[in-house]
Design a protein around this ligand. Structure first.
Ligand SMILES: N[C@@H](CCC(=O)N[C@@H](CS)C(=O)NCC(=O)O)C(=O)O
Length: 280
């Protein structure tokens, strides 16, 4: 890697697969499959291909909440996609998500099966299919979708920006860390001000917007994301703290966050989920 202060971009960028970047083994400037691999299929109508990262957890929390509500059609098989091993580039996975990122869902209750990719699209699809956690219309629906898409637009600055440069980059670049820390803290303040006046993100109703935001900003404030709690002074976002603690006490959230998890204490991991019995 060149010294960043001395770097002059060439006329045309070329790919150096050994760039020394974090995740260089899976990052590529091209899309598409790298190898043939069929996806496994279980017995339930809903097949989820995922990993227990914040984007994956959004969907497993919703599925567990739907089941807790008694929506038995939401039974699902959650298969592990090991992104560090490049499994997102297998032909079967690319067939349901051409963007090669978890989570991806296949609904086999329709003919032909329906593929859904992008976590917010999956949340909306399931919320509409089971008629829960998404207000049907008017201002409440608009507010729910606004916070849902706020999360989708904001979290890449938290993960790909702050998280990457603070925790993962092989060199600490003050300019990049300052830029993305400023933005991460601004986003936390946006949430904190909203939650100062509301129990959940849109008011008194718990929705898919909370489920999308919690695995990122809730876990950042009360748990362990990028080891940045002290640096970001997360304790000072008291309303986010209160909301995050309320959500993490929900049994469905506790189950959902364990699905497709391959790290942390052994007893918390549910590497694949095929029935409620998998939670032990
Ligand atoms: N906007 C996408 C982002 C999904 C995403 O970034 N997934 C990451 C894991 S959290 C991934 O699969 N990365 C693999 C890769 O980039 O090759 C969504 O919300 O579904």
């Amino acid at each position: 890697m060149t010294d960043s202060a001395a770097y002059t971009p060439p006329k045309v960028w070329t790919w150096n697969a050994d760039s020394g970047q974090a995740f260089a083994n899976i990052n590529r400037p091209i899309a598409g499959a790298t190898h043939d691999k069929e996806l496994p299929v279980g017995e339930h109508p809903l097949q989820l291909y995922s990993l227990g990262t914040p984007n994956g957890v959004k969907v497993t929390v919703l599925l567990e909440e739907l089941l807790a509500l008694g929506k038995s059609g939401a039974e699902y098989d959650a298969w592990l996609v090991n992104i560090l091993e490049g499994e997102q580039f297998g032909s079967g996975f690319v067939g349901i998500n051409p963007n090669s990122k978890i989570p991806a869902l296949l609904d086999r209750s329709t003919n032909p099966p329906t593929r859904v990719f992008e976590s917010a699209a999956i949340l909306m699809y399931l919320a509409e299919k089971f008629d829960a956690f998404l207000p049907k219309g008017g201002a409440a629906r608009a507010e729910c979708l606004s916070w849902l898409f706020w999360q989708m637009g904001s979290a890449p600055y938290l993960g790909g920006g702050f998280g990457h440069f603070y925790a993962y980059a092989p060199i600490k670049i003050e300019y990049a860390i300052n830029r993305f820390t400023m933005e991460a803290k601004r986003q936390l303040d946006v949430l904190n001000r909203n939650l100062a006046e509301r129990r959940y993100l849109i008011g008194d109703e718990y929705t898919i917007a909370d489920m999308a935001v919690w695995p990122w900003y809730g876990v950042l404030c009360t748990g362990d994301l990028y080891n940045g709690q002290e640096f970001l002074d997360v304790e000072s976002y008291t309303h986010v703290q209160r909301w995050a603690k309320e959500l993490e006490a929900r049994p469905a959230v506790q189950r959902g966050r364990r699905v497709n998890k391959t790290w942390g204490p052994e007893e918390e991991r549910v590497v694949e989920r095929h029935s409620a019995a998998d939670f032990g």
